[in-house]
Design a protein around this ligand. Structure first.
Ligand code: NAP
Length: 485
């Protein structure tokens, strides 16, 4: 078991607490990390220090300094990929290969945003012979990043990197379940770069205490939240008292549309990876609704059955495993209750059986499950399950495919598989979601904005627009009439 301390900047005062919380390994229930538990008084201190650091340092004015510090952070993370990935698998349960990919990809995200740090600029306008205006682009101020446990390194850095590049000071509240690996990544920034003192503050502690204190704090200018829709809505309600800017990245119930001319050799493995084996389906973009054109339903189901029965479930450190456990006990119980409901309300066509392997008994392992014949209004069709559960529905023609794809309160992601470019274009333009992949899935790039339509969120992450979310403009008007006489 690793006992953590809260990392602080070089020369900063260490944080002392006699309260701790433990993190258990989802594969076997053993305690792997002990984390200092911070509270609302710690949030007060962090906000005061962050506000002072913005006033006292050159950070928000100096893109060269920001780029330098961020590139140092990326280098340190790159040197530590293996140890960070190991802690990620211990706390989250995901396969070690996925963990290494997760950490590696974030090195690139930090470097991309480090480049952008030197491009943040405003505009000027001539408004007449004697009037001149500058629209300056300024950071928001003190920003809080609140992140979830499923892709904890990615989703923390996805908000932190543009927020830092834009010149803000940060409080960072990671999910409790994966707080250790998050503190490992933050330590590299705080203790192993030239980050000026007081600009970044980890806040390890529960959402209902430390998290809520962040939401209600009048000294915080913006919250960048990624997590569950119900938490997002409560943050929106409570943050309204101090009128904070919000970016909300929430859940999904994403459709994958497979047309009768699709390349099934590509569609089937892509689907199996995206809903079952990647993070055991605990990914916000998971294509949990398969919409298949009637003529190929039988063949597609047969292929899926074969693929699902071949998935090897096991510990994330076992290189033979293809699907790890549910990260939390709550999530394990939620998935099992949805599978049980699916047995009552629909037709189970693959998986969904209790696991027999004794070596998995102490972990949060579940079997993937595929259902058909589920009523449109069933929670199986409507709710985000956040696990390896797929519901299949058939359609005939583009119009029905589009209507079914859009028949959800969510709008995070989607996909269409077809060899016909006209169908691909028509369907992808008509789907109401922030992302549409054509003949692929779960591809993310630092350059490209993502975010949700409808109940899946507010704001855009990544790319230029993602950086702009962490800025505000200021109109400065010069009256240049020369003095008379
Ligand atoms: P969650 O329960 O909403 O928790 C997310 C974060 O919010 C955690 O750090 C949590 O702290 C904190 N929190 C909880 N209550 C809070 C409060 N009252 N005030 C402030 N912070 C609070 O979500 P999760 O279960 O970790 O993650 C799963 C959800 O995230 C799914 O719905 C998934 O779709 C969504 N997600 C969305 C995206 C996207 O990009 N759209 C990406 C990944 C995941 P504790 O851990 O201490 O409770």
């Amino acid at each position: 078991m690793k006992t953590y301390q809260i990392p602080v900047c070089k020369g900063g005062e260490s944080i002392v607490t006699d309260s701790f919380f433990d993190i258990t390994n989802p594969s076997n229930g053993e305690i792997v990390s002990r984390i200092p538990k911070m509270n609302s008084a710690d949030v007060d201190r962090a906000v005061a220090a962050a506000t002072a650091a913005l006033a006292e340092t050159d950070w928000s004015h100096n893109g060269v300094l920001r780029a330098k510090v961020m590139l140092q952070w990326a280098d340190r993370l790159e040197e530590n990929i293996e140890s960070v990935a190991r802690q990620l698998t211990l706390e989250n349960g995901k396969l070690i290969g996925e963990a290494i990919y997760e950490v590696t990809s974030q090195v690139g995200v930090i470097r991309y945003n480090a480049g952008l740090a030197r491009t943040v600029s405003g505009r000027s306008h001539s408004l007449g012979r004697d009037s001149f205006a500058v629209v300056a682009r300024e950071p928001m101020g003190v920003v809080a990043v609140i992140s979830p446990w499923n892709w904890p390194v990615t989703l923390m850095i996805r908000d932190m990197a543009p927020a830092l590049a834009a010149g803000n000071a940060l409080l960072v509240k990671p999910a409790s379940q994966t707080a250790g690996v998050s503190l490992d990544v933050l330590r590299l920034l705080l203790e192993e770069t030239d980050l000026p003192r007081g600009l970044v503050h980890p806040v390890a502690g529960s959402g209902s205490d430390a998290g809520q204190a962040i939401v209600e704090h009048p000294g915080i200018d913006m919250i960048a939240f990624t997590g569950d829709g119900s938490t997002g809505r409560s943050i929106m309600r409570d943050a309204s008292q101090s009128l904070k800017k919000l970016s909300l990245e929430l859940g999904g119930k994403s459709p994958m549309v497979v047309c009768d001319d699709a390349d099934l050799d590509k569609a089937v493995p892509t689907l199996v990876s995206a809903i079952f084996t990647t993070t055991s389906g605990q990914i916000c973009t998971a294509p949990s609704r398969l919409l298949v054109e009637r003529g190929i339903e039988g063949e597609l189901i047969e292929r899926l059955k074969k693929a699902v029965s071949a998935i090897r479930i096991g510990d994330g450190f076992d290189r033979n495993s293809q699907m790890g456990p549910m990260t939390t006990r709550d999530q394990y119980e939620k998935v099992l209750s949805f599978v049980e409901r699916g047995r009552r309300e629909g037709r189970l066509v693959a998986g969904g059986e209790p696991l027999q392997d004794e070596s998995l008994a102490k972990g949060n392992f579940v079997s993937p499950a595929i259902f058909t014949d589920v009523a449109d209004d069933s929670p199986l069709n409507r709710d985000e399950i956040f696990g390896p559960v797929l519901v299949i529905k058939t359609f005939e023609g583009d119009e029905e495919a589009i209507a079914l794809a859009n028949d959800t309160e969510f709008g995070l992601a989607s996909a269409v598989f077809t060899e016909n470019v006209h169908r691909a274009w028509r369907i992808s333009r008509a789907i109401k979601a922030g992302t549409v992949w054509v003949n692929t899935y779960n591809r993310f790039y630092p350059e490209v904005e993502v975010g949700g339509y409808k109940q899946s969120g507010i704001g855009r992450m990544a790319g230029i627009d993602g950086l702009m979310e962490f800025t505000q403009t200021k109109f400065i008007n010069f009256d240049s009439i020369p003095p008379q006489g």
